[in-house]
Structures are given as structure tokens and as C-alpha cells.
Design a protein around this ligand. Structure first.
Ligand code: ADP
Length: 180
């Protein structure tokens, strides 16, 4: 028998969520940035950046490659861990969807390795990295739905504004229809 994690859409700020894992739309430097990344470091405090610096000094000397994921402490956030993943920058010339799919998949693998049951995601790559929201929503939801063997039981997408929330609602309705 296979089970799928329950999917929930929430409108709000990722950094205010309570979950075992909060996923950060990081950049490969792991040393902070704008958008979700900036908010996570501001609210989570310096322990997260310290852990990221340690990762740069050890396993990820050249930075975290696009599509991969790694965990740190969540500092003062209401979570057990932050899982940092690096989304692809949107390109008109090249299809980088596999890398965006990999972000969601690898984040869930890392979360499962930590024993997490609940994971909250932002809409990776759809901000500074320019990925079209409708397509980003479709890829995100489809990838999580395909994770039928993950021990993670609760996957939440935390959408910052009304347009992002509406795009995820449409994509979820489409996915439910196609699943029959
Ligand atoms: P990326 O560089 O991967 O595009 P961003 O952080 O710029 O990452 O944006 C990813 C998505 O997260 C965008 O849709 C953006 O509007 C949204 N976002 C920005 N800040 C927050 C936040 N605090 N909580 C949830 N979503 C956020």
C-alpha cells in the first residue's frame, strides 16, 4: 500500500509556521539573500548563518549545487530544522524543470532523514529566480504527490501573496482532476 502526504495550502509568511522542517529557497552560497532566505535568517537569528558557514567550510566548499538540499538548525524559528535548497533560475532557452523537481524531492528526502513528519515549503524559484508561478505550482504539487513512500505525512505550501495562493489552488484542482 502507498500513502501520500496530506497537501495543504496556506497563505502567509513561511517564517511564522510551526513545522518539523521549514524549507528555505536559498542560493548556492548558503550565506543569505533576499526573499524567503532573508526572512529566515532575520527571524531565525545568527545560529542558522553559523551553521551555513560551517557547511561552506566543510562539505560544500563551492556552495550547495542547484537542486540539492541540506539541513541546519532552525535557530529561533518554530521548527526542528531548516532545510536549504537551491532552486534553478528560470530560463526561456533551457528547460530546468528537473532541477526544480529535484529541490522538492531532495528536501523531502533530507526531511525524512531527520525523522520529520511535517514540512513547510515556499514556492521555490518563483521570486528573485523568476520562475512563472503557475508552472512552479504545478511542478511543486505534482512532485510531492509522487512521493508515495515518504514518511513525511504533512506537506504545507506557504504562499506569500494572493496570486501565488490562487496559482497553487488552480494547480491542485487540476492535479485532483487528473488523478480522477
Ligand atoms: P527564489 O530566489 O528561489 O526565487 P525567493 O525567496 O525570491 O526565492 O521567492 C520564492 C517565493 O517565496 C516567491 O513567490 C516569494 O514571493 C515568496 N516569499 C518571499 N518571502 C516569503 C516569506 N517570508 N514566506 C513565504 N513566501 C515568501
Amino acid at each position: 500500500m502507498t500513502t501520500q502526504p496530506a497537501l495543504t495550502l496556506v497563505r502567509g509568511d513561511l517564517t511564522e509556521q510551526h513545522a518539523d522542517v521549514l524549507v528555505n529557497a536559498a542560493n548556492s552560497s548558503l550565506l543569505g539573500g533576499g526573499g524567503v532566505d532573508g526572512a529566515i535568517h532575520r527571524k531565525g537569528g545568527p545560529a542558522i548563518l553559523d551553521a551555513c558557514r560551517d557547511l561552506r567550510a566543510s562539505r560544500y566548499g563551492k556552495g550547495l549545487p542547484t537542486g540539492q538540499a541540506v539541513a541546519t538548525t532552525a535557530g529561533r524559528l518554530h521548527a526542528g530544522h531548516v532545510v536549504h535548497t537551491v532552486g534553478p533560475v528560470w530560463s526561456r532557452e533551457e528547460d530546468r524543470s528537473a532541477l526544480l523537481v529535484s529541490c522538492y524531492r531532495e528536501s523531502l528526502v533530507v526531511a525524512a532523514g531527520l525523522g520529520a513528519r511535517s514540512v513547510a515549503f515556499p514556492a521555490i524559484s518563483t521570486g528573485i529566480y523568476g520562475w512563472p508561478m503557475d508552472d512552479g505550482a504545478r511542478l511543486a504539487l505534482r512532485t510531492v504527490r509522487e512521493e508515495t513512500r515518504s514518511p513525511v505525512t504533512d506537506v504545507r505550501f506557504v504562499l506569500f501573496d494572493a496570486d501565488a495562493y490562487a496559482a497553487f489552488e488552480r494547480a491542485l484542482a487540476e492535479l485532483d482532476r487528473s488523478a480522477g
